[in-house]
Ligand binder design. Structure first.
Ligand code: FUB
Length: 324
């Protein structure tokens, strides 16, 4: 009987959660997972004008199946890390006419008052995954395709790896001199320079070396004079990191930042500072109902540094930020 009740609840969550949002929905987060009424994955975070914006993927795999089913992305905002608002669905795979599926990992960054959302999707006519970019005047969207074509396609990287899913998981960094860089990759980490318009590339694709057991999910951040490149390692995935004095490396491997996240064979992190505190945003399969590798949930815990600039291992908690 209990089995059928759980299946019913899981089907209901699945149906509600698969629907697109059409209006703002406000909720109080009581700990981890942060969002309990839908499955969210692959978090990216951005701080802008005193608000924390959380961008996520959206797992809608039908119950009893085991595959990624992801059609759109979500955006949430908060001013205090407790009261959150989910905004109307800001971006979908179908907004990229050249793409045919898989709303995978992404990141949003602001430049000159515009917001650029870099996403991984399955390309419609060039075999394999690809990276696209959407743009909006508002951090909550709506966003529209900024180029009408992919920035990166699989045929550009086949000399490095033959797999068709290496061109995923974009992360973007604008350095002090104004030069923007797009990093991405599964199996191999790549980067390329972006023009000031944030949608065209400059120069060749470069590879990042010295990232042991690199799987995917690069995220770049900076604290004081150190650059940090964190990434998912091995499979199932742990989050590990490397440090450098320059965005272009060389990178020095520093080890594990976050151990295996419960009940999910992937993990995917974002790291940002908000109101003087550093946050580690990730996903696990820990939803009370139906949580799994294909029904993931975003979690947030605090991140701390050692005096020498290295990061302390993240302590994943059920309480999350409640009471902190
Ligand atoms: O969510 C689909 C893929 O799984 C992402 O692109 C990877 O980072 C992993 O989380």
């Amino acid at each position: 009987m209990k089995k059928y009740a759980l299946l019913f609840i899981s089907l209901t969550i699945g149906i509600i959660s698969a629907q697109e949002r059409t209006k703002d929905t406000t909720f109080i987060s009581t700990g981890n997972p942060v969002i309990r009424y839908k499955y969210t994955a692959d978090p990216a975070a951005m701080v802008y004008n005193g608000k924390f914006y959380l961008y996520t993927g959206h797992d809608v795999c039908p119950p009893r199946q085991e595959r990624y089913v992801m059609n759109d992305w979500c955006v949430f905002s908060t001013e205090d890390m407790k009261t959150w608002t989910e905004h109307p669905t800001p971006l979908r795979v179908k907004d990229f006419t050249w793409a045919k599926g898989d709303a995978w990992a992404s990141q949003v960054i602001e430049r000159n008052g515009k917001f650029y959302w870099y996403v991984a999707v399955e390309h419609g006519s060039i075999h394999g995954k690809a990276i696209g970019v959407a743009v909006s005047d508002n951090p909550i969207g709506p966003f529209k395709d900024a180029r009408g074509s992919a920035i990166i396609t699989n045929n550009l990287t086949t000399r490095y790896t033959k797999i068709s899913w290496d061109d995923i998981d974009p992360t973007v960094w604008i350095d002090n001199d104004g030069q923007a860089y797009l990093f991405w990759g599964n199996t191999q980490c790549y980067y390329i320079k972006l023009k000031e318009n944030m949608v065209d590339t400059i120069g060749p694709i470069m590879t990042v070396e010295n990232l042991p057991s690199y799987t995917e999910a690069p995220w770049i951040h900076k604290n004081k004079n150190w650059y940090y490149l964190s990434y998912a390692s091995e499979f199932p995935e742990k989050i590990v990191y490397a440090m450098s004095r320059k965005i272009t490396g060389p990178w020095e491997y520093k080890g594990i930042l976050n151990e295996l996240a419960g009940n999910s064979n992937t993990n995917h992190q974002a790291i940002v500072k908000f109101n003087g505190k550093w946050y580690f945003i990730y996903h696990n399969g820990g939803a009370d109902v139906g949580g799994s590798s294909f029904h993931r949930s975003v979690c947030i815990d605090r991140l701390y540094y050692k005096p020498n600039g290295e990061m302390k291992r993240v302590i994943m908690t059920t309480e999350g930020l409640s009471g902190k």
